[in-house]
Write a protein that binds this ligand. Sequence first.
Ligand SMILES: Cc1cc2nc3c(=O)[nH]c(=O)nc-3n(C[C@H](O)[C@H](O)[C@H](O)COP(=O)(O)O)c2cc1C
Length: 456
Amino acid sequence: MKITVLNGSPKGKTSVTMQYVHYIQKKFPQHELKIINIAQKIKKIESDERAFQEILAEVRASDGVLWASPVYYFLVPSNYKRFIELVSERGGQEVFQDKYAAVLTTSIHFFDHTAHNYLHAICDDWDMRYVGSFSADMTDLLKAPERARLRLFAGAFFEALGNHAPTAKSYRPLTWRDFDYIPGAARSKVDVGGKKIVLVTDAQEHQANLSGMLERFKASFSGEIETINLRDLDIKGSCLGCLQCSYANQCVYKDEYVAFYNTKLKAADILIFAGTIQDRYLSSSWKMFFDRSFFNGHVPSLIGKQLGFIISGPLSQIPNLRQILEAHAEMQRANLAGIVTDEYGDAAEIEHLLQDLAGRLVQFAASGYIRPATFLGVGGAKLFRDAIWGRLRFPFRADYLAYKKLGVFDFPQKQYKRRIENAIMSLLSKSPAFRKEVNKRMKNEMIKPLQQIIES
Ligand SMILES: Cc1cc2nc3c(=O)[nH]c(=O)nc-3n(C[C@H](O)[C@H](O)[C@H](O)COP(=O)(O)O)c2cc1C
């Protein structure tokens, strides 16, 4: 069997993910796995049509495709996403149609599921035959049981190809509504109240709905709000995954990105991110924005800010993307004040929503309201806490120091009073009489301290 491996790592052959592919190659020598470095070579693939066509020719001649990529910011690296966009823009999907596909990622399991959902949905959009996905921790290859698991996964993939196994789709095609938003005039103005508001977008001229919504949104305020188009910034490229930023938050790129992030975003009280849906995410320019923010490491860099999204396109059909946006806000300890899209309602309704978002952003900024994190932020923060305290302390020294300062290392082992209570109660609960008494009083005891707060 001939498999085309599309490598999503910007590190090319020095990629962790590719070691997992090499392991499969070694264990299944009867199959040919041809690796193409997509993310590393994206500039050439984009500018040189022949290079792009050569990749399509490889895919055409193969029995299956292995999407093999690191997880970057809830998804895949921006260069990999750019390739997916190029295939769509240049009508290359038909080459992928009916090809069997599997997904292999390496990561530390932070939102690996949203990356997998994304690639799975792309496979479905392109009418590929998606067989399954495998999410390896970046060190799993060192463990014999995990290697065995990887062999089983790869074996099942090859078997599905050999047997022409039936495959089912999980994602419906997206439908875009035919609607031109024409912005009207704002009837009332929101007083910015001294808050610094920055709107970041990647809007292009032809994206009339997005531009219209931004125009109307900006008109909601009494004062000027600063607008920055990512496309106007000198951003030389996407994150290289080199980790040289990990020691002291210094990015190797010498371009405008870091200064823009530090002086504009970190200085703002209110941030609005605006873009148009492209495949099942925003554009790869937006993805590059997020990937490059890795110079901040795993430390929240937008703490306490109000965040709003203005999006053109069918967001409600992509719950995976909504989850990513919510998780991003929660991981930043920012407040997601709202998301406005153009997918429902007439112009008046959209205007109402934009005006309301403007008001809410300023109101929450004034009151300092940050809604509590859900599982997305709580679970994600614990995963990072453990990683930065433990196996990632080196090389992420800057993160370790910042986490110490922020009091992130709140391990339950340090709750000594609680530990003593637990030990005593565990001992006592060996007694049936004690357990009977506990059962009787459980509900009341649980609410007792809460009641004391209410009464005080
Ligand atoms: C910019 C950047 C973003 C990352 N984002 C995530 C993430 O969202 N979730 C995660 O679990 N790991 C994340 N990682 C860790 C990588 O997925 C992990 O190190 C992976 O094994 C690297 O594979 P590679 O060497 O093939 O590029 C990120 C790493 C970088 C450099």
